[in-house]
Design a protein. Structure first.
Length: 85
């Protein structure tokens, strides 16, 4: 699934829902759904904010497409039993 298709799926494939979430005209968002049109780079931050507000879970590739920085991996603390005395 393309990043744009995945984003639309997170909003029930509704250009209206996505347009309301980011505050742009429905026609603008509808145009993004047409191949080969993509979401303009300068609009992706607003879409990313809307995705985060809905708590939608998107693939890492789609999050990267929207400009999200990869989540930092945290190290597990060393097990106390594995530390040599």
């Amino acid at each position: 699934m393309s990043p744009v298709a995945e984003i639309f799926a997170a909003f029930d494939n509704s250009p209206t829902k996505l347009s309301r979430a980011i505050g742009v005209k429905v026609q603008t968002v509808f145009d993004w759904s047409k191949a080969p049109v993509n979401i303009p780079e300068w609009r992706r931050a607003a879409v990313l904010d809307a995705v985060r507000k809905t708590a939608a879970v998107l693939s890492p590739e789609t999050m990267a497409y929207l400009g999200a920085k990869p989540a930092k991996r945290t190290r597990k603390p060393a097990d106390a039993t594995s530390i040599a005395a």
